[in-house]
Design a binder for this molecule. Structure first.
Ligand code: APR
Length: 235
């Protein structure tokens, strides 16, 4: 397997998807055991569903919180966090909402699809909310339902967050994509941005993805195995 010395590169960007958390036990969205095979996103993960039945949508997200809290970061999360401690410019751009990178010790994490651990009131803004159950379904100031601070189908991404991610990606001289099917936009455009900016582009995914053609190196292995080998031997 290809081994790289991370210290040969000035700016490292990891770009992660649900496959990153798969070995922690968090289900992916697509493929075998995928969340969207079991649940119709139209009923659970869009603004229309929330407006139709907020409690059903909030209960679905509580179920996801319970699942995630039973899971733990794996060796791949720790490798990334360890590299972030030793290298001055490591950024993780993630589509994941599960907070697993932060639990693994990563600090420079840009969550482009929001977080399971925040809620939002249309009138009173965003607040943290940890734990299996939401502290409340209702905003104490105005009485409206609090919605998970997550980018659902049909939502526009937070442009400030996207710009931050793109800025980091444009600076990257190595871009390592891990466990994403590459079908959800605008995130699916990020590898091409890295490529156009001249980064060495690496894909870690046991299966080919929609974007495999873009990468200079493809590693057909799981996140934990690949990440440990990719850097371990180069120390
Ligand atoms: N290691 C690395 N990759 C893996 C592993 C593993 N152990 N297990 C599975 N994969 C790969 C799969 O082959 C697949 O390509 O992870 C990918 C998961 O793809 P998706 O389930 O589509 O997840 P993702 O790309 O993150 O989805 C994007 O879709 O529904 C939305 O908002 C949600 O952020 C999510 C977005």
């Amino acid at each position: 397997m290809k081994v790289i010395n991370p210290f040969d590169y000035k700016h490292i960007v990891f770009f992660t998807g649900a496959g990153m958390s798969a070995e922690s036990g968090v289900p992916t969205y697509r493929g075998r055991g995928g969340i969207w095979n079991e649940y119709h996103w139209e009923e659970y993960a869009c603004q229309e569903a929330f407006e139709k039945d907020a409690i059903k949508v909030l209960q679905f997200h509580e179920l996801r919180r319970k699942t995630v809290l039973k899971c733990h970061p794996h060796a791949g999360h720790f490798s990334m966090a360890d590299l972030e401690k030793r290298h001055p410019h490591v950024t993780t751009v993630t589509q994941n909402i599960d907070g697993m990178h932060q639990r693994g010790g990563s600090k420079a994490v840009i969550e482009i699809h929001g977080s399971l651990w925040r809620v939002r009131c249309v009138m009173h803004g965003v607040r943290d909310d940890f734990g299996e159950s939401y502290k409340s379904y209702i905003c104490s100031k105005c009485g409206s339902f609090l919605r998970p601070d997550i980018i659902w189908f049909g939502d526009t991404l937070d442009q400030e967050v996207v710009q931050k991610a793109i800025l980091a990606i444009r600076k990257a001289d190595v871009f390592i994509s891990i466990g994403t099917s590459g079908v959800v936009w605008p995130a699916a455009g990020f590898p091409q941005i890295a490529k156009d900016a001249g980064a060495l582009c690496i894909e870690i995914n046991p299966e080919p993805s929609e974007l495999s053609g873009i990468y200079d190196i493809t590693i057909r292995s799981t996140a934990s195995v690949a990440l440990e080998k990719l850097f371990h031997e180069s120390r």
